[in-house]
Design a protein around this ligand. Structure first.
Ligand SMILES: [Zn+2]
Length: 139
């Protein structure tokens, strides 16, 4: 299996079991943005994610899983408050510290405060016009 796919499935399994999220389905598609569909328990991951670094991939799947946890346990659909607390908790478990914009994560750092990547998965801080999707996991 693709090691990046393995990263995603491991996180889905670990966080899913811990939070009793039941059976979750992960599909990889040639789409712009990811999604978490609460009723069908389906997570869509865009194929372009495989061009991103491992840390970005971890963050992406944690974000989607956080939507299930926030909705299942707290009946919350937004990106603030309890959502953000859950997201931060799991990011930290995987060695990642987020810096937030308004609703979304802006940049990702490691536990020592070292910059990893920005919210479109770029390792370097360069301007990119193409993949500007940050609205992942909308439920
Ligand atoms: Zn989201």
């Amino acid at each position: 299996m693709n090691p990046k796919t393995q990263i995603i499935l491991d996180i889905v399994k670990n966080i899913g079991e811990e939070n009793e999220l039941g059976t979750l389905y992960v599909e990889f598609k040639n789409v712009r943005c990811g999604r978490a569909r609460h009723k069908t328990r389906k997570i869509t991951i865009p194929n372009w994610i495989f061009n991103s670094c491992d840390e970005y991939i971890k963050w992406y799947i944690i974000h989607e899983l956080t939507h299930f946890i926030a909705l299942d346990k707290h009946n919350y659909t937004g990106h603030r408050g309890i959502f953000r607390r859950i997201e931060k908790k799991y990011l930290k478990q995987y060695g990642l510290i987020p810096k937030y914009n308004r609703a979304y994560i802006k940049e990702l750092y490691d536990l020592n405060g070292k910059y990893i990547c920005n919210n479109i998965g770029e390792v370097k801080k360069e301007k990119v016009s193409d993949k500007t999707c940050i609205a992942w996991g909308q439920t």
